[in-house]
Write a protein that binds this ligand. Sequence first.
Ligand code: NAD
Length: 298
Amino acid sequence: MSRTVAFIGLGHMGGPMAANLVRAGHRVRGHDLVAAALDDAVGAGVEPVASAADAVADAEVVISMLPAGRHVLGLYDELLAAARPGTLFVDCSTIDVADARTAHERAVAAGMRALDAPVSGGVMGAEGATLTFMAGGGEAEFDEALPLLETMGKKAVHCGGAGAGQAAKICNNMILGVSMIAVSEAFVLGESLGLSHQALYDVASTASGQCWALSVNCPVPGPVPTSPANREYRPGFAASLMAKDLGLAANAARAGGVHAELGLRAAELYAAYAERAGAAEDFSGIVRTIRNDDGGRT
Ligand code: NAD
């Protein structure tokens, strides 16, 4: 069934996601503050709309893909006032769990329906429609959004009520951030003990040390030819995004009084690393900081 979708935020992720909806036959009315982002989306068949409020006015579903919670909440009142009652708001941005719950509450109070549906899979996943969506909200809202999510991704998991999608996202990325540091420390320790990268990889990738950070995104060049380490740590998943997600996880852990010692430490290490590497390096480049050999930036 073809839907009329308003898509707000057509950046690295939102642009290709909107293009995949167009390709599947949906009518997509898009808006972005940056003219170049909007132009690219128009090239992919998105109808350009000058304001976010105009974009949502005749939409059945509103999808947002914005940088942070303040952007989502900053826009929501304007969008909620302009949308038709009952419109389904699907926020795919990665934002604070508390902000996601606030967005849900505001949407419901305005007579709308809401789902938080952050993603994993990065820009390649957005382009290739292989994203994984983690959704929070009602069953009916999830069922209605599912065909659109399956058009933009390969998997969608309904994680629970409002904010549960964001909760799953930051918990997953806390595992990823901590495990990337653990794998990196193990390689650097191995180097100091005279162990080759390949030998450690051959053992750990088939033993109990096996994890995604090792066997897919291996932080040293060689063992996994497709990992960012083989191309000077070009992302991939940028260090700045890992730092952002770990910051959200750390905030949630502190707010909930959760004793997440490694998660909090990983957030600190990635915040420091991202200050230097920013969006230019994959998060696996933290191995160079651990080795104290990060291209002269320390
Ligand atoms: P991006 O900065 O490329 O895109 C965000 C877009 O939102 C920009 O084009 C910006 O102009 C637009 N925008 C900001 N405020 C706006 C407003 N008020 N009205 C209209 N447009 C506005 O960021 P991205 O990489 O596409 O990431 C988007 C979200 O997805 C973030 O929350 C990020 O954490 C999450 N995410 C990103 C990746 C990734 O690999 N890039 C992976 C998973 C999740």
